[in-house]
Write a protein that binds this ligand. Structure first.
Ligand code: COA
Length: 348
């Protein structure tokens, strides 16, 4: 069995900065409300046309590939995590493979929302461990701004999310004790509807507590209707308090699971990179684990919640700032829609 290491990492965020005050142009909200509840000061939005989930992923991937001292032609598998794909199908993995001129390698999309990158990393780790692949590109990228409700009706959700991308290249390592030590993945579908975008979908709302009464929906027209846009049901739904309550339990749990598996304790962590869901959640997790400020990295203040991109963006930024050094114990952890959650423990 091989051990895998992150050989290169990169991130890309769009140039368009939207502060909390900028959002007051579209909805009734305030800088004070957003900062107090989420810690977010500003976020980035991609160009409406021309900048896509894939194109942002490509920019992050170029940096990761260069830092891994390899080339796009040498990548032998692609895993792309996103909840905001360019098309309903096919996935962004194949679009990235095309854009980057890669060989006819396998390309897999992971749709696990906020925990998508940790899931994708875990899959990549298994392929490296078995020796099946030697150079895997793992990308997390989101263009949330295309499908948020920017009216006052949607403010509880729309102020939280931002656009961006992060990427890593995974390779085998022979350095003893280095690389990904373990990954841990979980789900609980009982609350699947508490953080979700129901449409477009083939269920036509079947699982919802109050199933919509559809007027005569024609065969072939159940994905998205004009009414869904008008009544807001076309936009993401979030029961914020339910998410918060579950997240503050599952984050410490899955981090604890990773530490226990490796006979380590929370004080051994040099850097925790939590998914940037909400600064209050990260602070709660930090307190529960008894970590100091310099053991946890947060950048949600600048980028908002970028879902599958948040962990690789934060990891890369922390690394670029010199906060992750050779031999450090780094813990990645994520929680999100599904609910799904996971962790990865890495000896850098
Ligand atoms: N600006 C101003 N007021 C807002 C607002 C906004 N952006 N969004 C909601 N409000 C209002 C509500 O309308 C409500 O007003 P009312 O009391 O007059 O009805 C009030 O603020 C409280 O709303 P509520 O939804 O109960 O707020 P909350 O304290 O639960 O905070 C969240 C909302 C979303 C910030 C909070 O629940 C949260 O952080 N949850 C976790 C979300 C998360 O991490 N998601 C990512 C998942 S990976």
């Amino acid at each position: 069995m091989f051990q895998s290491k992150i050989a290169g990492l990169g991130y890309y965020v769009p140039k368009n900065v939207y502060t909390n005050n900028d959002l007051t142009r579209f909805m009734e909200t305030s800088d004070e409300w957003i900062q107090e509840r989420t810690g977010i000061k500003e976020r980035r939005y991609a160009d409406r046309i021309g900048e896509t989930t894939t194109s942002m992923g490509v920019e992050a991937a170029k940096i990761a590939i260069e830092r891994a001292n390899t080339t796009a032609e040498e990548i032998d598998f692609v895993i792309f995590a996103t909840l905001s794909p360019d098309y309903y199908f096919p996935g962004c993995g194949v679009l990235l493979q095309r854009e980057m001129g890669m060989k006819e390698v396998g390309a897999l999309d992971v749709r696990n929302q906020c925990s998508g990158f940790v899931y994708a990393l875990s899959i990549a780790d298994q392929f490296i461990k078995t020796g099946m692949y030697k150079n895997i590109l793992v990308v997390g990228s989101e263009k949330h701004s295309f499908a948020l409700d920017f009216s006052t009706r949607g403010r509880a959700v729309s102020v939280i999310f931002g656009d961006g991308a992060g990427a890593v290249v995974l390779q085998p390592t022979t350095e003893d004790g280095k690389g990904i030590l373990s990954t841990h993945l979980h789900s609980d579908g009982a609350d699947a509807e508490k953080l979700a975008m129901y449409y477009p979908g083939a269920s036509a709302g079947y699982y919802l507590e109050e199933m919509p009464e559809w007027p005569d929906v024609e065969l072939g027209q159940m994905l998205m209707t004009k009414e869904m846009l008008e009544d807001g049901s076309a936009f993401p739904y979030m029961d914020g308090q339910a998410v918060f309550k579950k997240a503050v339990v599952k984050f410490p749990e899955v981090i604890g699971e990773a530490l226990a598996k490796n006979n380590l304790k929370s004080t051994d962590i040099n850097m925790l990179i939590p998914h940037q869901a909400n600064l209050r959640i990260s602070q709660f997790v930090q307190k529960t684990l008894g970590l100091n400020d310099d053991q946890v990295f947060n950048n949600i203040q600048k980028y908002g919640n970028t879902t599958a991109a948040s962990v690789p963006i934060a990891l890369c930024e922390a690394w670029e700032e010199g906060k992750i050094k050779d031999g450090d114990l780094v813990c990645l952890a994520a929680f999100g829609a599904g609910f799904t959650w996971g962790s990865a423990l890495i000896r850098w």
